[in-house]
Write a protein that binds this ligand. Structure first.
Ligand code: ADP
Ligand code: ADP
Length: 232
């Protein structure tokens, strides 16, 4: 589903060039739950943004469902993103003057879905995250964990095949973090592929697979075979 080969990405400012991603190899199969860990500034967000086609890259290639994203127009990229990818961020990015229903519905409006289809999707998503009874509440009336569940509902209402989550529990206490993790695990069991940045070792262990980035280099613990270690 995701194939990244020898991918590199630099940021240039007037004074310095930062190589944020260095010759990354990463293959993710449909249905996987991958945890992405690494120190601050190591390139995790940049990799997630490249995977989400929000950020371009310099070298190498990125194939999404067998198709290279290289050279696609902004319009084609945004169509691909809308069709296949959902995003969750550490700060829930909800609109505070909107009800939960309206927050979840907004991206579906942008995408041009008819009212009846929007309603069906929003109601289903609210049920999946356990907030159907609060559809007319506003974000400020919810706990942080509930707000993150709204953000998750907004992402899954688009019926993405891949969910990209950048520290989704980073602002939550441990109980709410666990509930959000359980929800993500349920969404994964329902068939959605998930890549999640996390600083929490317990969460990383619960994911099916852990990959680590250090200083722009990615190492894949799941590909490490002690019997073969002499060859790598
Ligand atoms: P992480 O998510 O692991 O904290 P990032 O992907 O945010 O790391 O950053 C990786 C490196 O790239 C850091 O050195 C960071 O300062 C740099 N970087 C990230 N985004 C930009 C940008 N828009 N412009 C310049 N440098 C950036
Ligand atoms: P995270 O909490 O994931 O580590 P950061 O705080 O490093 O995120 O970065 C937040 C945003 O700022 C990201 O979109 C990243 O691309 C951008 N950014 C990070 N480092 C730099 C930088 N040196 N110059 C410009 N933008 C940056």
């Amino acid at each position: 589903m995701i194939k990244i080969n020898d991918l590199s990405k630099s940021f240039r400012t007037e004074l310095i060039e930062t190589q944020a991603l260095k010759n990354i190899q990463l293959h993710v199969t449909e249905g996987e739950f991958v945890a992405l860990t690494g120190p601050s500034g190591s390139g995790k967000s940049t990799l997630l943004n490249v995977l989400g086609t929000l950020e371009s890259f310099d070298g190498g290639d990125y194939l999404l469902d067998g198709h290279s994203v290289k050279g696609l127009s902004d319009k084609a990229l945004s169509a691909l993103r809308n069709e296949k990818i959902g995003f969750i961020f550490q700060g829930f990015n909800l609109i505070k003057d909107y009800s939960l229903f309206d927050n979840i519905e907004l991206p579906l409006r942008y995408r041009g879905f008819a009212a009846a289809e929007r309603k069906r999707r929003v109601e289903h998503a609210l049920e999946q995250v356990g907030l159907a009874a609060r559809r007319d509440y506003h974000p400020s009336q919810l706990s942080g964990g509930q707000q993150q569940r709204v953000a998750i509902a907004r992402a899954i209402a688009g019926q993405p095949r891949i969910l990209l989550a950048d520290e989704p529990t980073g602002n939550l206490d441990s109980l709410m973090a666990r509930q959000v993790m359980e929800l993500l695990e349920q969404i994964n069991r329902d068939g959605c592929t998930i890549l999640m940045v996390t600083h929490d070792p317990d969460q990383a262990r619960r994911a099916g697979r852990q990959v680590q980035i250090i200083d722009g280099h990615l190492s894949d613990a799941s590909m490490y075979d002690p019997l073969q270690s002499g060859t790598t």
